[in-house]
Design a protein around this ligand. Sequence first.
Ligand code: 4AD
Length: 466
Amino acid sequence: VRKWTAIGDLDEGLKDKEVLIRGRVQTSRAVGKNIAFLVLRKRGFTVQCVLTVAPELVSQDMVKFAAGLTRESHVDIEGVVSVPGEPIKGASQQVEVHVRKIYCISKAIPNLPINIEDAARSEAEIERALQAGEQLVRVSQDTRLTHRVLDMRTPANQAIFRVQCQIENVFRQFLFAEGFVGIHTPKLMAGSSEGGAAVFRLDYKGTPACLAQSPQLHKQMAINGDFDRVFEIGPVFRAEDSFTHRHLCEFIGLDTEMEINEHYSEVMDVVDRLFVAIFDSLNENCQRELEAIRKQYPFEPLKYLRRTLRLTFQEGVQMLKEAGIEVDPLGDLNTETERKLGQLVLKKYNTEFYILHRYPLAVRPFYTMPCSDDPAYSNSFDVFIRGEEIISGAQRVHFPELLIARAKECGINVETILPYIDSFRYGAPPHGGFGVGLERVVMLFCNLNNIRKTSLYPRDPQRIRP
Ligand code: 4AD
């Protein structure tokens, strides 16, 4: 096998060297009959390739062939690297490849539904181009998602999903190092795990069943099975009715569950250190990706503290009250009040990442542990980035009778979760955990306005394709 060079690795160090590269044709054009320019792209990197007619090396036919290549065709090129005197516009790599041989290994159709260059422009660039009278099609979100394979090729999208992967990696490595075991729980379930209407029902060989709304019950059962610390990365299904910027019908859940020695703050300690590690790692190791995202979707770096701020729900309600916003002290916050509180917290504490804990029990799922000093509240928390929820967590009830009572109060059919209830009859330690929405973390870290941007193939109430 010959030696191949990645487009992103083409630099001045390779001056006058022969290279073999593969990429997609971003643009191709002829200048007269003797010269053609191609811009090749791979993984968000681009390089300019030049064909100049020269006896024995490059023919006019080759120039014509190269200039006629359709956008997005896949080509292999053998050529020599040169360093031009001036900066190269329209390519990330500041060297050129002088083509000796060119092979088209896969031709793209001529009229693609999305032009990648248009799809990669920022809103400001689009405005400027339109004002300058340029003919340009604004690529709608819906068009992007329908033709996701093409949309994925923009530098910002290439970066978004690498950032997502990095978050997943740090989550796994951090927890593994802290003694957590990665597990996999079933996504086909006999009953719902979170209650409520947001469940996809299905027929399981004649028995009513549903898709898992979370690994909640099975991760707790694993704790009762003596795995004292577990995590899971897997799909979560919610039959959401509302079409919002932050709800998907299928998303990736990052879940943990752990024994608690004394207090649910032990769970919040894990959130705290885990997320500082995730954010630090993104800032240190994903500079290029964050820059590529920022180029299309400008955003300010996330403000977070070395030790994550913790406020009680009551303190949050008080802050809102002082700002003239009345909320029910035993109710829940809505999207608007959460955002508002996020702004107040930023102003007062200079952080866009914080934990709100001790929520009213009435607004939490049946398995949430009430506070021992006041059962109107619970040992639970939500975590916010830029005023939007990314995590919910809590200590869980580990007394079977209380669990049954709470399930009934919340309208859950106890019959469907009997094995879960029973697991607490065999000796169950105090425990707690949390669930993170991966797409939300990426969306909010990068201050993107829609969760569909951070799901590779989003599933929402109106979309189950591609
Ligand atoms: O708040 P949720 O529903 O909590 C649970 O599932 C609990 N079992 C977690 C726990 O361990 N206590 O979901 C957890 C997180 C939310 O904070 C949010 O980030 C994300 O999952 N999430 C969604 N993300 C995208 N689309 C949706 N429809 C989401 N619903 C929740």
